[in-house]
Design a protein around this ligand. Structure first.
Ligand code: ADP
Ligand code: MG
Length: 616
């Protein structure tokens, strides 16, 4: 009797393998770029459409393939890079598993053109879902071009699983940057949806890092260098004072291959110990060279994790090399962790003379007057007493108008009086709010008391204001006497360009946007000059890492990001006036109860709650 086990047909096996190798468009980018590097190209172009969902094309000027290889390269386990098992322990190429092209061809439409230098003619091959549809000779330039179209066309589940274009493109960019950083001597170009984001000439390590992350990166880098039999280390770490909250710029390359290593990351973190503020992450670009036989790259299909023979020694060498550099370049002593970050001046402003602050005080303001109060302090936004959402009064007055009741709060008060506060509240003699621990604002209300989180409340106020500015009514700008100039990488500039008109609605005035600088001559009214660089950096970062589930649109992300950056933080003292304004502005909001990040902005304690506590 025959058994039930069968060998899977090749195209099925390839599709299964593809599941491991190709998770998303960025995986195709990685494989094709690495193949081009392995083919000894000196110039590599990456062309992507819709974050690679419709097209990933890599054009190289490398060795090319002859007619036989051009067909064979799409077979599973077809590789020119190793011949025998021992070769696995002496790898000098990125690829060696011979799986990538077979996998990609199983789940996409692939068009390949390739020609070797010494041949007259090249080969043109089209494969769709592992089926060869065209193979012909053609007049071609030296090198190879792979165009991968309609990824996952035959696996709708995988296609639907892909994230938004922003998220997928972020992954593509990560892969591009990793390969470009690993091979600074090769020139790389990246074109997305028709616009050129990077055109990186062949250069050295430092120039490559700066070309990718922008001119401002240069002054942040501290060189690291160490030469032992076990390992050679070259590269840079970022100065601790430039460390940021996100882990964006952390790169290890082992024998020119980008790898992830939590263990070695830990070595760096421990070298930075005592030099970083809580939660900050240093940047690093470290190139490690080890003898190929001391590592095993073959433990993961995407080859981003590797095993070292002597991890402990590497850890120690790396840690001391980084520590040494930080010490040698005098980075450590100038740091002072006790200082208040709020007082820091971004370096662009260091040499400017200070402006005298102007304080806007509205002497005639009477919070208890029944008629319209005068304008509120501008720093807390757009509160006006006659705005239709001004439901703050109802909280105090009791339920005179049910329609203005705040969310789900019900107030026990039955009396309807014109006074905002309990009987004792006469004119301006009573303080309506108290700030405690520079963090919460406490206030008596009819039903008991209210405790507001000043940071979240202000986020809500700013968020609604920015959204209104973006969608309905353009905000006014404050004109700057001296335009500000900031440096960004070309990719960051691209993000900025996409947001330009939205940001202009919030009050920004952009004078010039070049490939890596932006000039700003006007700011949103609420924004201090010293906030701008942080606000823009956080904004760009948030847009790049936007997660579609948490934001409805770019406008929403921008409003959220700016409100978070600009809201008063815990630890900021607020005057009575400012407290009142914040409270008033919050209750003039459409959704006063939650912050833009869905956290409660205030809590209430009823008199009953308090009575119960005292009854104990
Ligand atoms: P691997 O890179 O692991 O060998 P791939 O499936 O990525 O496997 O590629 C199969 C083979 O096709 C490679 O070994 C190489 O010989 C050839 N090849 C792939 N891409 C190129 C290219 N851009 N230029 C020249 N040869 C290539
Ligand atoms: Mg390969």
């Amino acid at each position: 009797m025959s058994g039930i086990i069968q060998l899977l047909p090749d195209h099925v096996a390839n599709q299964i393998a593809a599941g491991e190798v190709v998770q998303r468009p960025a995986s195709v980018v990685k494989e094709l770029l690495e193949n081009a590097v392995d083919a000894k190209a000196s110039d590599i172009k990456l062309i992507v459409k819709e974050a690679g969902k419709t097209l990933v094309q890599v054009i190289d000027n490398g060795l090319g393939m002859n007619t036989t290889d051009a067909r064979l390269c799409f077979e599973r386990h077809a590789t020119s890079k190793i011949r025998q098992a021992e070769d696995l322990f002496d790898l000098h190429t990125k690829g060696f598993r011979g799986e990538a092209l077979a996998s990609i061809a199983a789940i996409a439409h692939v068009e390949m053109k390739t020609k070797q230098d010494q041949e007259e003619l090249g080969n043109h091959i089209v494969i769709e879902g592992s089926k060869l549809t065209t193979q012909e000779v053609a007049v071609l330039p030296k090198g190879t071009s792979f165009a991968v179209k309609n990824l996952f066309f035959n696996i709708p589940a995988r296609r639907n699983f892909l994230k938004s274009e922003t998220v997928e493109f972020r992954h593509v960019l990560d892969e591009f940057q990793r390969v470009a950083l690993a091979h600074p001597s090769i020139s790389f170009t990246l074109i997305h949806n028709g616009s050129e984001l990077y055109n990186l000439p062949g250069s050295n390590m430092r120039q490559r890092i700066v070309a990718i992350f922008g001119g401002k990166t240069n002054e942040k880098l501290v060189p690291v260098s160490e030469d032992t039999d076990l390992i050679k280390i070259h590269g840079f770490v970022g100065k601790p004072e430039f460390a940021k909250k996100n882990r964006g710029e952390q790169f290890f390359f082992v024998n020119d291959r980008y790898i992830k290593s939590p263990y070695l990351h830990h070595a760096i973190m421990s070298a930075f110990e005592g030099l970083l503020k809580e939660g900050n992450q240093p940047s690093y670009f470290l190139y490690l060279q080890v003898p190929p036989h001391t590592i095993d790259i073959n433990i993961h299909p995407t080859k981003t994790e590797i095993k070292f023979d002597d991890e402990h020694s590497l850890y120690a060498i790396l840690r001391s090399a980084v520590k040494h550099s930080l010490g040698q370049f005098n980075v450590a002593p100038i740091l002072d962790f006790e200082r208040d970050a709020n007082l820091d001046t971004p370096y662009q402003y260091k040499d400017k003379t200070a402006d005298f602050p102007t304080i806007q005080v509205d002497a005639g303001f009477n919070p208890f007057a029944a008629d319209k109060p005068s304008k509120s302090l501008s720093s807390f936004g757009s509160y006006t007493k006659d705005s239709p959402q001004s439901n703050w009064d109802s909280l105090y007055v009791g339920l005179k108008q049910d329609t203005e009741e705040i969310a789900s709060f019900s107030f026990e008060s039955t009396e309807v009086t014109g006074s905002l506060f309990e009987e004792e509240a006469t004119e301006s003699s009573v303080q309506a709010t108290y700030q405690i621990h520079k963090k919460y604002i406490v206030s008596a209300i009819k039903s008991g008391m209210l405790v507001m989180d000043q940071n979240r409340a202000h986020q809500r106020v700013l968020y609604e204001q920015f959204l209104t500015n973006i969608t309905i009514q353009k905000a006014a700008s404050q004109q700057l006497l001296f335009p500000l100039e900031f440096y960004f990488s070309s990719v960051e500039m691209q993000v900025l360009r996409e947001m330009q008109s939205t940001l202009e609605n919030t009050g920004f005035v952009f004078d010039g946007l070049t490939i890596d600088t932006v000039q700003i001559s006007g700011l949103p009214v609420l924004m201090a000059e010293s906030d701008v660089s942080v606000v823009l950096e956080e904004l760009i970062n948030n847009i790049q890492n936007e997660i579609p589930e948490t934001s409805f649109s770019q406008s929403d992300t921008i409003a959220k990001s700016m409100s978070k950056s600009l809201a008063v933080k815990a630890g900021t003292y607020l005057t009575d006036k400012e407290q009142e304004n914040l409270v008033n502005s919050l209750f003039a909001c459409k959704e006063p109860t939650i912050s833009p990040f869905q956290k409660p902005t205030f809590i209430t304690l009823t008199v009953e709650d308090l009575d119960k506590r005292f009854a104990l």
